[in-house]
Design a protein around this ligand. Structure first.
Ligand SMILES: [Fe+2]
Ligand SMILES: [Fe+2]
Length: 264
């Protein structure tokens, strides 16, 4: 885990970076929205659960959390969910019904603490309304991003992430073309179905985000950026025609393993 840091007066990120051998790094972010009813958005990777809990405690006393919003039930978002629900007895779990039911196949989700949400549904958290929004790209059918009407920030789950050359707190120092390549590669890698979608149809999905004109996009998989969201939306318009991403194969794995052996 990296050190948590503030994005706005009442939003903090709990950042981590996952190495992608031979490719770079993927940010794995969870967020704390210090609303009147404080909200944790996602719960990091299980492999560093202890560090995640320590990072969270630096930002907020878990007992003060009133909501845990799970954008979807992928392992890089649910790593500490059980520990959090124990440490935050007053928090309710906001998630899509399918995410909750899928998780129930591996651990007993306390259903009386759950709040089911579909895209378009909202919860009131005291000083703001959080609305579930399906991002234009997703790798899991249960995905619900968040539009926060107070900060006017869109929490986009896996969408608008990017593979970056090195862990950084803020990607604004990365050159535009390098960031573009990393963002487009991640989009194609994480949502390969994009190549089955027509450009017009996908354009309409992007327009749905434009309609609520977020001031900032916070992705689970990109360090903070002050770049204008429109820059990302414009970039994405070309995605259906972008070359598919082919993950590395066995030859690469063998190469990486022998390099590792040589070093040790
Ligand atoms: Fe995912
Ligand atoms: Fe993810």
């Amino acid at each position: 885990m990296d050190k948590p840091h503030q994005i706005t007066a009442d939003i903090e990120v709990l950042p981590s970076f996952f190495p992608l051998p031979g490719a770079g790094f993927l940010a794995i972010n969870a967020f704390v929205i210090k609303a009147k009813e404080p909200v944790l958005v996602d719960t990091g990777m299980g492999i560093e659960s202890e560090a995640f809990m320590q990072a969270l405690e630096k930002v907020i006393d878990p007992r003060d959390l009133r909501w845990v919003w799970l954008t979807h039930d992928d392992a890089d978002h649910t790593g500490s969910i059980r520990k959090i629900l124990e440490a935050a007895p007053k928090a309710r779990l906001a998630a899509n019904a399918l995410a909750v039911l899928r998780m129930s196949t591996s651990w007993p989700v306390p259903m009386h603490r759950v709040h089911w949400l579909n895209p378009g549904d909202s919860i009131q958290v005291g000083d703001r309304t959080l609305t579930a929004v399906r991002p234009p790209l997703f790798d899991n059918p249960t995905t619900i991003g968040i539009y926060d009407d107070k900060s006017e920030i869109f929490f986009s789950a896996d969408c608008f992430g990017g593979i970056i050359p090195a862990p950084v707190q803020n990607v604004d120092d990365i050159a535009d073309d390098e960031l573009t390549q990393g963002v487009m590669n991640w989009a194609c890698a994480d949502s390969p179905w994009i190549h089955m979608v027509g450009q017009d149809e996908f354009g309409r999905a992007l327009d749905r985000i434009r309609q609520f004109a977020p001031k900032m996009i916070l992705s689970a998989h990109l360090p903070t950026t002050r770049r204008n969201p429109e820059q990302f939306l414009k970039l994405f318009a070309a995605l259906p025609a972008f070359p598919p991403f082919i993950p590395p194969g066995q030859t690469t794995l063998e190469q990486l393993l022998s390099e590792k052996q040589e070093r040790s």
